[in-house]
Design a protein around this ligand. Sequence first.
Ligand code: UN1
Length: 496
Amino acid sequence: MAEIYKNYVDGKWVEAKSGGTFENRNPADRHDLLGLFPDSGPEDVDLAVGAAKKALPRWRLVPAPKRGEILFRVGEILRRRKEEIARVMTREMGKILKETRGDVQEGIDTAYYAAGEGRRLFGETIPSELPDKFAMSVRAPVGVCGLITPWNFPMAIPTWKLFPALLCGNTVVLKPAEDTPLTAVKLFEILEEAGVPPGVANLVHGTGEKAGAALVRHPDVQLVSFTGSAAVGREIAASCGRDLKRVSLEMGGKNAQVVMEDADLNLALEGALWGAFGTTGQRCTATSRLILHRDVKQTFTDMLVARAEKIKIGDGSDESVEMGPLINDAARQKVHGYVQLGKEEGARLLTGGTIYEEGKWIDGWFYRPTVFDRVSPSMRIAQEEIFGPVLSIIEVKSFEEAVEVLNGTRYGLSSSIYTRDVARAFRAMRDFEAGITYINGPTIGAEAHLPFGGVKESGNGHREAGTTVYDIFSEWKSVYVDYSGKLQKAQIDNVE
Ligand code: UN1
């Protein structure tokens, strides 16, 4: 019998009202069933939002340093349970243990950061224009927040949203991706153990179409924070726009690594391999375009292909494996479809481009590391997010052309350049259209205490992580205190 998991609403573990469930299976082995999870609908979302609304008046009055102390305990428990959660995550999501440990670590770092922020959460004091008058700005919570998160970082991304939201005094409902619900259950067990009061954080499982959409549309949800595809983000933004809700979106990328002729090629090679094939290419920050200066193109391409062919594919729970499966069958079909398209568009397939099903791997969603050469910047494989281990090489003649190619997509999340020329490095920092730029590092590796997000269709102007995420989850209020004892009109009304 498969284990049956539940939603977490108002401090209790409950089934979906309909009694319906969905399966959670291991992407490395489709016969491995992790459990059944509630297939929630609008009525379940309504209960969770109701609980969050009810808990808000008390939670917003808990002093921020105290809210921070609870989050510190969350971090401590996450640290204690790191290995157990990493193993669960590898089993439900597929990425290798080193990476799932990193994913949990990002949650730990985010918890500690939020805990510290509880003793800051700064506003400003500003001198008033008038005598005997004091002016300041303070932060207030926004209200009930609906959080919708993807499967590729099953712990890190929920914590990026949840911890700052709670620290600011909001209450939340999380709808995690249906491919990775068990990691979310672990997180909520920890919130409960750390002493997050009932109703403050609620968990509703289910699909985006049913549970996610109901959360976005619920009239008592004041803020929606979503990480996922640009197509879904657009729908969410439209719905929130109509209802005048605050909405923060982190969406796709078509991130590029530039390798100039003066680069340290061995260093750039390690970066490209990690950026393109780490997490099987399923990071929003993954490297999917490699822009090579023509003077190093052939050498670098040969080095890359030789190494890509040696990557050990398999079940991520085996410590010697370097690349796990894709998340599910649909993802693999999408990746394979793009590979066919690349060939039709005239790109040259150098390696990979096939499903990997040797031996027992026939039961998982494995795909070979794939490299295309002779890709032109306008091809669809160079423009659209593939979200798999597929890297497209584009040759350029100059730094200026590299910038133009790098900027020539709808997206602008992460970017990278390998060069030894300090002037070029600074030009890249200035001219790359991206929320994140790495100099002599791959496109992945964002740290939890710096702003994370992208320009153009990668986002809608917000930044998670860093200090900036605290602006998403708080409302600014300006406060004036007049101690003159008389009516002092505003400065503009006193000017002769
Ligand atoms: C994502 O790509 O979906 O920079 C998040 C990184 C991680 C976070 C990535 N710290 O790769």
